[in-house]
Structure formats: structure tokens, C-alpha cells
Design a protein around this ligand. Structure first.
Ligand SMILES: *Cc1c(COP(=O)(O)O)cnc(C)c1O
Length: 386
């Protein structure tokens, strides 16, 4: 099946998949096997052993690669396993420049695991400042997330990609928040896109997974080697569930965005709100770049309430439709308090200096009825203020 001519809402359903040839089964079967029969020693069907090849996994890899405008996808058992694989393609002692507002688990992986393995990391605010200075010659890899978590700062992907090209560095973009529905970094010059498929790509909060996409045959070969040599592969059921989840990505993202707009409009009317972060609001500092490189944004909203830490905790504990939980990107709405949860390990003074106030609440707006979401936040706010 040719996937190139179709728009993304068609690709999420069909890209990389065709009916199973023996029976015509419309859905890709779950190839729940660890090995494959060979007709003759050292002759095989293209499938030898399931760490190396699995047709269910390959269908997911082809599908997400097409969505991102890549030629290859390489799937892993988690988002962090996908990030690990990218770093494992680097030469010994390689230099990595990262955005300073990374997902906490990525930061921990880089500083507590890969620093020990001899890689060198520098963290910089790549949403501001001189890229030539922040990304020096000799850099092997630049790693960014945009919009960032939880402040939703926007980094200019094309500008960072141009700097990377000039000095021969590879650019990897974690596109978990925006998804290819709203932002396609490979088309802006990035070399690699990384997803925690745990989030929007699967979208149903029932699988942990990751994937790396590229349009470079050379990078794809390196990643495939690591996938097989290290073996952090996802199981066939997980890849099948993700393949099923991704089919609704386009409609889900549209609804996440619509609900986020409704919640934002309500938040704007509330006197308790002191700051709102959403890159596609015209007053947002990232708006100009976001409107250039993104065609929309989903359900991630960060909001600062004029509440003490204790009140903010009560607010988050009092919602009934929003579930108090880490993670994001599922059909159900989640609420999270960075100061007490995802960013509690950052000392309070540093947290405030970074803009992570005690009253900062991160919402992952789901696809429930927006009026129910607003009513829920409204009643929780009343409880919080006592
Ligand atoms: C969750 C997340 C990850 C890590 O993915 P896992 O699937 O949890 O390993 C990486 N980046 C971002 C932006 C995330 O939200």
C-alpha cells in the first residue's frame, strides 16, 4: 500500500498495514511467537527470531514512520528505552547538548546513567539565547523537547536544525506532546523523532512503549542494530494495542484541542488564575514560533493558580472527573501538581526560579465532555479555597 499520497487522518488508520494475506484479516494479527520455523538451515522466511523481527511490531513501525514523514521506525519497550537507543548509537565520549526543560525521566537517564558511561551533557535554554554559542562545534547530538514540560516553552526546530547541519550534529526531537498531527520535526530538518507512545500515540493509558523515527537510512541501520543487540523490544500485544490506539489519533487530538480551548476560555475568566501556559494563545511567549511550526496543539495546559501549596494540593485531590495522576495524553483527563509530584525533587527555591510555582497545575485535558471538565475544576477550586 502506498502511504505517501494520503493525508494524516488516513495514514493513522492505514499506513504500513494491509490485510493479512492468508485470510484477509483486516487487522494486523498479533504474532505471539518467539521464533519462526526455517525450511532449511540458514534459509528463512525473513523472520528468524522475534527480538530481531516481528510483523506486528513492524506494522506499528511503518505506520508511525509514515505519520512523521520518515522512512523508518524502530520501536522499543518504553519511551526511555527509545531514548536510550538513540544515545547508544553515539561514539564513546560523545557530546550532547539538551534543552534545559526535559521530561524528568530523560534528565535522570542522561545525568545518572549515560554520564557514568562517559557521555558529556550540557543543558541550555534553547528557547532563548544564541544557538551558535549554546551548541558548540564538536557537539554530536542535540536533544530537545518542544513544547517543553511543564512550562510548554517552544523551541524553534528549524533554527536548531540549521545549526546542527552547520556543525554536523544530529538533532533528535521528543515529539511526545505535539504528536505528528500538530508538529512534524523531520520535515523541519530534525534527524530523529522520539515518542513515548505511552502518551498520545497509543492514547488509552494501557501500554508503555516508545519509538524512534527517521528518514536517514544510516541512522535507521544504527538504531536497528541497537534494537537487536540490546533487545529492549516491545512485546507483540503492546505493539498491537498501540497500533489499534493510533488509528484514532487524528480525531482524538482534534477533540483534545477543542476541549483544551474550552477549558482555557473558562480559566481566562477566573480571578484565581495568575498565569496560563498554552503555546497557541496569542499572548504566549512561544506563540510566534509555535504558529509557524505547529498546526495545532493538544490537551496539555499548565496553569498557575493564586493558591498556597496546601490549597493547590487540596484542589488536585478534589477533582472527580480529572484523575490525580502522572502521565498524560490519554482519553481521560489527568491533573498533576509539579511542585509536589513530578518536580518535587527540585529544591523549592530553584523550582520557583524555574517558574514552577507552588500553584502550578498541569492538566492533560482528555476527550470527555468539556462542560463536565469545567464544572469539575470549578467545584474543586471551591473546595480548595475552603
Ligand atoms: C513519558 C515521557 C517520556 C518517557 O516515556 P516512557 O514511555 O514513560 O518511558 C519521554 N518524554 C516525554 C515528553 C514523556 O512525556
Amino acid at each position: 500500500m502506498s502511504d505517501d499520497n494520503h493525508r494524516i487522518a488516513t495514514q493513522v488508520i492505514h499506513a504500513g498495514q494491509s490485510p493479512e494475506p492468508r485470510t484477509g484479516a483486516v487487522m494486523q494479527p498479533v504474532f505471539q511467537t518467539s521464533t519462526y520455523a526455517q525450511p532449511w538451515p540458514a534459509k528463512h522466511t525473513g523472520y528468524e527470531y522475534a527480538r530481531t523481527q516481528n510483523p506486528t511490531r513492524e506494522a506499528l513501525e511503518r505506520c508511525v514512520a509514515a505519520l512523521e514523514g520518515g522512512t523508518d521506525g524502530v520501536a522499543f519497550a518504553s519511551g526511555l528505552a527509545a531514548s536510550t537507543a538513540v544515545l547508544q548509537t553515539l561514539p564513546e565520549g560523545a557530546r550532547v547538548v539538551c534543552g534545559d526543560d526535559l521530561y524528568g525521566g530523560t534528565y535522570r537517564l542522561f545525568t545518572q546513567v549515560f554520564r557514568k558511561a562517559g557521555l558529556q551533557f550540557a543543558f541550555a535554554d534553547l528557547a532563548a539565547g544564541d544557538l551558535d554559542e549554546l551548541i558548540p562545534e564538536g557537539t554530536h547530538l542535540v536533544w530537545i523537547e518542544t513544547p517543553t514540560n511543564p512550562l510548554l516553552k517552544v523551541i524553534d526546530i528549524a533554527a536548531v536544525a540549521a545549526r546542527c547541519k552547520a556543525i554536523g550534529a544530529t538533532l533528535a526531537v521528543d515529539n511526545t506532546f505535539a504528536t505528528p498531527i500538530f508538529q512534524r520535526p523531520l520535515t523541519l530538518g530534525a534527524d530523529l523523532v522520539v515518542h513515548s507512545t505511552t502518551k498520545y500515540i497509543n492514547g488509552h493509558s494501557d501500554v508503555v512503549g516508545g519509538i524512534v523515527l527517521t528518514a536517514s537510512a544510516e541512522l535507521a541501520a544504527q538504531l536497528r542494530f541497537v534494537q537487536n543487540a540490546v533487545g529492549a523490544v516491545p512485546g507483540p500485544w503492546d505493539t498491537w494495542l498501540t497500533l489499534r490506539g493510533v488509528k484514532t489519533l487524528a480525531v482524538r487530538m482534534r477533540q483534545h484541542q477543542e476541549n483544551a480551548q474550552a477549558v482555557l476560555a473558562w480559566l481566562e475568566s477566573r480571578s484565581e488564575v495568575t498565569r496560563l501556559h498554552y503555546p497557541l494563545r496569542s499572548s504566549d511567549p512561544g506563540y510566534a514560533i509555535a504558529s509557524r511550526q505547529m498546526s495545532g496543539f493538544g490537551g496539555m495546559v499548565s496553569v498557575v493558580f493564586d493558591l498556597s501549596l496546601e490549597q493547590a494540593e487540596r484542589f488536585c485531590a478534589s477533582t472527580r472527573v480529572f484523575t490525580l495522576a502522572e502521565s498524560l495524553g490519554g482519553v481521560e483527563s489527568l491533573i498533576e501538581l509539579p511542585a509536589s509530584m513530578t518536580h518535587a525533587s527540585v529544591p523549592a527555591a530553584q523550582r520557583r526560579a524555574l517558574g514552577l510555582e507552588d500553584g502550578l497545575v498541569r492538566l492533560s485535558i482528555g476527550i470527555e465532555d468539556a462542560q463536565d471538565l469545567i464544572a469539575d475544576l470549578d467545584q474543586a477550586l471551591r473546595v480548595a479555597k475552603g
